[in-house]
Design a protein around this ligand. Structure first.
Ligand SMILES: [Ca+2]
Length: 222
């Protein structure tokens, strides 16, 4: 039986933890923000790069220590990349604090930022023709490098979302690439919960299946 994902990426290890996407960050932050409170904020994880702290604080206009989807969109757009609200909602859904599904705090924001940095690294590594976009072949290779061996038929369905009438060749900008990546990662992670030994198959009840998939589709299709 074909395995659609692997427990370990076959090649191309992910970018280092804490990579600040959009621009390089100093190898050793000059100030340790971990444990510090600014404006009564919940703490950032130790070693959080200063630009991550700054982006969060700039977006959190009401100084609540949490940011909502609009503020997250602003925080991530402070660089050069604007994310669609659709991608933002998907990111919120995947990185949410279980206690507060509509807002994220410093811890979730830092994890999200680090994850985006890794996906930015993958995007740039697999944009082999340097077009600034990821085509179908580049997407397939990129996902494979991360351990997601998707069947061609599934890839086609995934990409069909980004087709438009004027161009038959689908190319993804970073926003759409992240959206695709989060869908694949998020749904694979859900499946892995039911397949802890990574056999590639799982037995799942109807109720569990629906509970697993429906919240995801609602977010993604919003
Ligand atoms: Ca390309």
């Amino acid at each position: 039986m074909a395995r659609f994902y692997q427990s370990q990426p076959p090649s191309a290890p992910p970018a280092p933890e804490g990579y600040g996407w959009g621009e390089p960050y100093p190898a050793a932050p000059q100030t340790n923000y971990g444990g510090q409170t600014n404006y009564g904020y919940p703490s950032f994880p130790p070693g959080t790069p200063p630009n991550v702290v700054q982006s969060f604080q700039m977006a959190d206009r009401d100084r609540s220590g949490f940011i909502d989807e609009r503020e997250l969109q602003q925080a991530l757009s402070n660089g050069y990349q604007r994310f669609s609200l659709r991608t933002i909602r998907l990111l919120m859904f995947l990185f949410k604090n279980p206690m507060d599904p509509l807002r994220i705090g410093p811890k979730e924001f830092t994890e999200l930022w680090s994850c985006l940095g890794q996906w930015r690294g993958v995007f740039e590594r697999f944009d082999r023709d340097r077009s600034g976009k990821i085509d179908a072949t580049e997407l397939k290779d990129a996902l494979y490098s991360l351990g997601y061996a998707l069947p061609q038929s599934v890839l086609q369905v995934l990409l069909s979302r980004y087709e438009n009438a004027s161009s038959r060749r689908v190319e993804l900008n970073f926003d759409s690439f992240v959206e695709c990546g989060m869908v694949v990662k998020g749904m694979t992670d859900k499946f892995k919960e039911k397949d802890p030994r990574y056999t590639g198959s799982a037995t799942i009840s109807y109720d569990a299946f629906m509970s697993m998939i429906i919240p995801f589709i609602v977010q993604y299709d919003d």
